[in-house]
Design a protein around this ligand. Structure first.
Ligand code: NDP
Length: 445
């Protein structure tokens, strides 16, 4: 007889065809919590525990019609998957990218359940977005899309039910337009979105949180193994919110970051990435990385992908899913890398993850390593509830504390179940145990 875990993985593939990223995420989580499931198989089967875990509580798909600058109507598809509310209101970002489909949103929503649990804060798992591409659109077009998107989404969210945030393509500008529309339609000034601007309820340090949190965790990982960030060479992919602040914090900790990338090419800067130049190009001018050479003539720009070829001690993938494959993993190992910590969600393929682990590279999955973003979003919710704003240093100190504790929780969980140093297993089990406890306590709902 096949195991409960194997049966559920098969069922997910059968019932959700053409959603490979969702299958990948479910497989990774269920295989690593198998040791817990096997020990409780009879009870879990009777309670339909895994069936309830892999089926979203609710998924919403809607039409988003808006008018472009030429007066033509454009129609996009919007999604919100409310995956699991066992430990708190649904929480997770909104991705705006042409690659978005239901399977991508479900993979992200599923991962979010365990990530949010790992933060130790009371937030459930959800994710949303649209196949709208903000690139090349005017401000007015972006506003028109955001308003149309929120006109429908506002029926399903609220400060105590579901609190979306930013993700790829959804930055401060988009959150602002969406918040304005929510307030206008619902007549409520409440903390329904996080990642808001500072003048209307945003939290200091939220912008920096995912990248900074990634480095606080990486630093703790190294410390646990008797090493530290100072003097390390770091390779980063991406040039967005996560990448920029990961680079900045790595440099503050004394490391040298030599690469970054965007969806068309990558930069190698042997003298260390110039964060001010990167911010100007990506946050202000919204331009391509081809511009970087104008600021740093000694740097190299290459079309396509290639950051993982560069020799480093630590690799931090911070762009998108499945951007680090088996060939990249082999190159990293051959170059002597000691750690890979995921800033993006599931950037490492399954085969690459296994290769890194088999070759003794410390590997920390995104659901743990990038949890600083959502943790700080939860801190923004707390500030909104008490109508107060904490200082940058207060938020940053809480973030650091959360990431350090998180690392030790996953390290301890891995050890407890006999998987010492396997942070994938540690993260999945530690995240799962709290959700399981809450689901059991609340009965069959
Ligand atoms: P941004 O949109 O700010 O930046 C994404 C970066 O990755 C950009 O440089 C973009 O290139 C590049 N990129 C996006 N898609 C692709 C692709 N298909 N191929 C190659 N490069 C690509 O997003 P974030 O920095 O916010 O998010 C990055 C990752 O981190 C995502 O996986 C996200 O889910 C995850 N994450 C984000 C959090 C946050 O707080 N923002 C929290 C936790 C996880 P270009 O500049 O050309 O668009």
């Amino acid at each position: 007889m096949s195991s409960y875990v194997e049966e559920i993985i098969e069922q997910v593939i059968k019932q959700n065809p053409a959603e490979p990223e969702f299958h990948q995420a479910v497989r990774e989580v269920l295989e690593s919590i198998k040791v817990v499931v096997d020990a409780n198989e009879e009870k879990f089967r009777r309670d339909g525990l895994l069936e309830r875990l892999v089926n979203p509580e609710r998924q919403i798909k809607f039409r988003v019609p808006w008018v472009d600058d030429k007066g033509n109507v454009q129609v996009n598809t919007g999604y919100r998957v409310q995956f699991n509310s066992a430990i708190g209101p649904y929480k997770g970002g909104l991705r705006l990218h042409p690659s978005v489909n239901l399977g991508i949103i479900k993979f992200l929503g599923f991962e979010q359940i365990f990530k949010n649990s790992l933060t130790g804060l009371p937030i459930g798992g959800g994710k949303g977005g649209s196949d709208f591409d903000p690139k090349g659109k005017s401000d007015r077009e972006v506003m028109a899309f955001c308003q149309a998107f929120m006109t429908e989404l506002c029926k399903y969210i609220g400060a105590d039910t579901d609190v979306p945030a930013g993700d790829i393509g959804t930055g401060a500008r988009e959150i602002g337009y969406m918040f304005g529309q929510y307030k206008k339609i619902r007549g409520l000034f409440e903390g329904v979105l996080t990642g808001k601007g500072l003048s209307y309820g945003g939290s200091l340090a939220r912008t920096e949180a995912t990248g900074y949190g990634l480095l606080y965790l990486t630093e703790e990982l190294l410390k646990t193994h008797g090493q530290d960030m100072a003097g390390k060479t770091v390779v980063v992919s991406g040039a967005g919110n996560v990448a920029i602040y990961a680079i900045q914090k790595a440099q503050q900790l004394g490391a040298k970051v030599v690469t970054c990338s965007d969806s068309t090419g990558w930069v190698y800067d042997p003298d260390g990435i110039d964060v001010a130049a990167l911010k100007q190009i990506k946050e202000v001018d919204r331009a391509r990385l081809t511009e970087y050479k104008k600021f740093r003539p000694n740097s190299e720009y290459h079309e396509g992908r290639g950051v993982w070829q560069i020799k480093c001690d630590i690799a931090l993938p911070c762009a998108t899913q499945n951007e680090l494959d088996i060939e990249d993993a082999k190159q990293l190992v051959a170059n002597g890398a000691i750690a890979v910590c995921e800033g993006a969600n599931m950037p490492t393929t399954e085969a690459a993850t296994k290769y890194l682990q088999d070759n003794n590279v410390w590997f920390v999955p995104g659901k743990a390593a990038n949890a600083g973003g959502v943790a700080t979003s939860a801190l923004e919710m707390s500030q909104n509830s008490e109508r107060l704003s904490w200082t940058f240093d207060e938020v940053d100190a809480k973030l650091k504390n959360i990431m350090v504790n998180l690392f030790h929780n996953i390290d301890d969980a891995a050890k407890k179940y006999g998987f010492d140093g396997n942070y994938v297993v540690g993260a999945n089990i530690a995240g799962f145990e709290k959700v399981l406890d809450a689901m059991n306590a609340q009965g069959i709902v």
